[in-house]
Design a protein around this ligand. Structure first.
Ligand SMILES: Nc1ncnc2c1ncn2[C@@H]1O[C@H](COP(=O)(O)OP(=O)(O)OP(=O)(O)O)[C@@H](O)[C@H]1O
Ligand SMILES: [Mg+2]
Length: 337
C-alpha cells in the first residue's frame, strides 16, 4: 500500500471508542397523547439496538467522526446490530460495531413519545454477565485504545450492579497509558468511581449530581467530583444549558438562547459527543491542567449546539442536520471562580 493510501485509511479510522455497559433493545412508540390507564391503538413500533454510548457513537458518525461501539450483547442480537447498521448506512454515518458476546439476554427499553415531544421511558434493569464477559469487554476496549487513530474513550450509561469495581479505573489507566482522553457519563457509585479513577471528563446531569451528593448547589457538587479526581465536570441542566467546573473552579456556563420543544432524551449523549468531537480534533497527549478559555468556549459551543439539535429529533442518537447553525445561538457566560 502506498504512503498516500495508508494516510487516507488512517484519516478514516475511528478516533473514538464508545462503550455502553447497559445496552438495550430500544422500542419507540409514538402516540398523539398518552392517557394513563387507557388502551391506545398505535402504528408500527420502531425497534433498534440502543444505549447511551451507542447514541454517542451515532451522533459522532452522523457528524463525520468514526466511532467504535463496544458493549456486551448476546450473539442472538447481532443480526439486530447489523440491521441497525444497514438503516444507518442509508440515513447517515455508521458507527463501527465491535460488540462483546455474552450469554445474557439484552434488556429492553420502551419509550412512548407524544405529539408534544414529551417522552415516557421505561427501562428494564440490565441482566448480569458472567465475570469473563467483563474481562473480554475490558480486553476488547483496551485493544482499540492502542490503535494510533484513537484519541478518546467514552464510557456511557448506567453501570450495572455486577460491573467489577475496578472496571472504570482499569480502563482509565489503560487509556492514559495510550495517550487517550476519557469521558464518563454515568450515575451513582459508578460516577464517583470514574472520578476517583481520574476520568478526564464526567458529564452528570443535575439530578445525578443531587442523587450522589444531596447538595442543592450544583457547582459545589461538581467540585466534589473534581476533588475526587475528575479533570473536568460538565453539568447538564436540561433546557437551562450546562456549566463546566474544573480543578481551578467554575469556568463558564452555556445555553442555547431559546428553549426548544421536542424530545430531550439523548440530549446529554449528544453533549458528550460534542466534547468527544473537540477532544478528537486535537492531537493526542495529556490535556493541560487548565484548558485555555478559547478551548472551553469551543467545547461548550459544540456540546450545546449538538444537544439542542438532539431535542429536535424524535429518537435518541439523532441530531438535526442544521446543528452547525445552532452554534451561532449559543450564549456563553464566564463564571466567577
Ligand atoms: N428544551 C431544550 N432546549 C434547548 N436545549 C436543551 C433542551 N433540553 C436540553 N437541552 C440541551 O441538552 C443538554 C443536555 O440535556 P440534559 O441535561 O437533559 O441531559 P441528560 O439528562 O443527560 O440527557 P440524556 O441522559 O437523556 O441524554 C443541556 O445541557 C442543554 O444544553
Ligand atoms: Mg444523561
Amino acid at each position: 500500500m502506498s504512503a498516500g493510501h495508508a494516510e487516507a485509511r488512517a484519516a478514516d479510522a475511528p478516533r473514538v471508542v464508545t462503550a455502553t455497559l447497559s445496552p438495550a433493545w430500544d422500542i419507540t412508540v409514538t402516540v398523539s397523547r398518552l392517557d394513563l390507564g387507557r388502551s391506545h391503538r398505535i402504528g408500527p413500533a420502531a425497534g433498534r439496538l440502543g444505549g447511551k454510548g451507542i447514541n454517542v457513537a451515532r451522533v459522532l458518525a452522523d457528524t463525520g467522526i468514526g466511532a467504535y461501539v463496544q458493549g456486551p450483547v448476546a450473539d442472538e442480537h447481532r443480526p439486530e446490530a447489523a440491521r441497525s447498521a444497514e438503516v444507518e448506512a442509508s440515513t447517515g454515518g455508521t458507527p463501527v460495531w465491535d460488540l462483546t458476546p455474552t450469554p445474557s439476554r439484552l434488556r429492553c427499553s420502551y419509550a412512548v413519545v407524544e405529539g408534544s415531544g414529551r417522552a415516557t421511558v421505561l427501562n428494564e434493569t440490565a441482566f448480569e454477565h458472567p465475570p469473563e464477559v467483563w474481562e473480554a469487554l475490558t480486553d476488547s476496549i483496551s485493544r482499540r485504545l492502542s490503535e494510533p487513530a484513537v484519541s478518546v474513550l467514552v464510557l456511557s450509561g448506567s453501570t450495572p450492579a455486577d460491573c467489577p469495581e475496578d472496571f472504570h479505573s482499569n480502563l482509565v489507566t489503560a487509556a492514559h497509558a495510550a495517550g487517550v482522553s476519557v469521558i464518563v457519563d454515568t450515575s451513582g457509585p459508578g460516577l464517583l468511581r470514574a472520578a476517583r479513577a481520574g476520568a478526564d471528563w464526567v458529564k452528570p446531569n443535575a439530578e445525578e449530581l443531587n442523587e450522589l451528593f444531596a447538595d442543592v448547589d450544583l457547582i459545589a457538587s461538581a467540585g466534589e467530583l473534581v476533588r475526587a479526581g475528575a479533570g473536568h465536570v460538565l453539568v447538564s441542566r436540561g433546557e437551562e444549558g450546562m456549566v463546566l467546573v474544573d480543578r481551578t473552579g467554575p469556568r463558564s456556563s452555556a445555553r442555547l438562547g431559546r428553549v426548544l420543544q421536542g424530545n430531550p432524551t439523548g440530549a446529554g449523549d449528544a453533549a458528550v459527543a460534542g466534547v468527544a468531537r473537540c477532544l478528537a480534533a486535537k492531537s493526542q497527549g495529556p490535556e493541560p491542567a487548565r484548558l485555555p478559555d478559547e478551548d472551553v468556549r469551543a467545547i461548550l459551543r459544540e456540546a450545546v449546539a449538538l444537544s439542542a439539535s438532539a431535542v429536535l429529533m424524535p429518537q435518541a442518537g439523532q441530531v438535526h442536520p442544521e446543528w452547525q447553525n445552532l452554534r451561532h445561538e449559543v450564549v456563553i457566560t464566564k463564571e466567577q471562580a
